[in-house]
Design a protein around this ligand. Sequence first.
Ligand SMILES: Nc1ncnc2c1ncn2[C@@H]1O[C@H](COP(=O)(O)OP(=O)(O)O)[C@@H](O)[C@H]1O
Ligand SMILES: Cc1ncc(C[n+]2csc(CCOP(=O)(O)OP(=O)(O)O)c2C)c(N)n1
Ligand SMILES: [Mg+2]
Ligand SMILES: [Mg+2]
Ligand SMILES: [Mg+2]
Length: 349
Amino acid sequence: MGTEALDEFSLIRLLTGGRQSPAFQRAGGVVTGIGDDAAVVEVTAGRQLILTCDTMTDTTHFTPVTMRDRDIGFKAMASAVSDVAAMGGTPRFALVSLSMPRSYPVERVHSLYEGLYDCANRFGVVVAGGDTTSSSGGLTVSVSVIGETEAGGALLRSTAVPGDVVFVTGELGNSAAGLDWLLSRRAPASSWEDVWAGADVELRPLIEAHCRPLPRIEAGELLRQSAWCHALNDVSDGLASEAWEIAEASGVGMDLLEERIPLSDALCRHAAAAGKEPLDYALFGGEDYELLGTAPAEHAPALQMKFKDAGMPLYLIGVVTAEAGSVRLIRSGGDTVPLEKKGYNHFAG
Ligand SMILES: Nc1ncnc2c1ncn2[C@@H]1O[C@H](COP(=O)(O)OP(=O)(O)O)[C@@H](O)[C@H]1O
Ligand SMILES: Cc1ncc(C[n+]2csc(CCOP(=O)(O)OP(=O)(O)O)c2C)c(N)n1
Ligand SMILES: [Mg+2]
Ligand SMILES: [Mg+2]
Ligand SMILES: [Mg+2]
């Protein structure tokens, strides 16, 4: 059954009805949620709002071979929540905009919403509204997330200081390697339940990283609370691109140490089999949704200890320099090379 078989309002009810209990919504600060002209929400006195929006669209962000419908919904929510993590904030509300062909099967969009709510529920996000339209192109999902933080507490890109260490909250490159593998497999994603069932354990971290990224909200909150984090970004376009963004916004340089960049065994095995350089996936792949940041060197050991106590990794991968416009990679052999300002770019290449 295509979405044309339901009217717009029945479709909205089908997608959103009963997914978050009234108690969850009330506790989340929603006074009036889905069903009126706009949502009414409670804001916490003395705190500041964080507003962000991310879009996923057919072919650019997913194809039938790369993601199941529920993964598209999950990742659309996760990538928007990740930008709140990158500000050190707590996500609270989401608005979801959905455009799809009239013939789009209702069961598929329903699965997409299952994934979307799965992610929202995990991070305490109330879906407070959205918009639904037909489209002459493919599917597009856009998620706006509203988060909050203490006044003045948000972690910016523009505040890295020479002498800081550069850190990252997890392995990089897994998502891009997972994408590579999925594209090479060419089988519809909906048919690879075997992978999800764990038959192919080796690849699982790569596929999970691509299809089910977990935004690092807890890490972002810990960084904000520690008061030691100088600058922060999430890795959506690749390590090189995000390092450049922090360096340019802060008017500093950055030296990254190749041997410190965390690469998974699964990534290295995939890269070897594909005849590719594992580091390239980390530098230029993107969609890892780990946090990349800087902190004063003297606080780095204590910050690492805080992360260890919370059961999360924190890898120190470089230093911030005073040389504005210089982002470099110190190769494992000792050579220093400029790091290309390259990554995923929607309108280049
Ligand atoms: N069409 C747009 N209109 C207004 N602001 C935009 C638009 N697209 C992006 N931005 C803003 O530009 C900045 C960079 O966006 P983007 O690179 O997508 O961020 P990120 O990679 O962290 O998701 C953000 O502040 C974002 O809100
Ligand atoms: C079919 C397919 N091709 C390529 C990619 C890779 N890809 C698409 S968008 C993107 C970058 C991240 O998306 P973007 O919309 O730029 O997120 P933002 O930086 O705004 O958070 C990457 C690496 C993909 N996910 N799927
Ligand atoms: Mg964006
Ligand atoms: Mg970001
Ligand atoms: Mg983003």
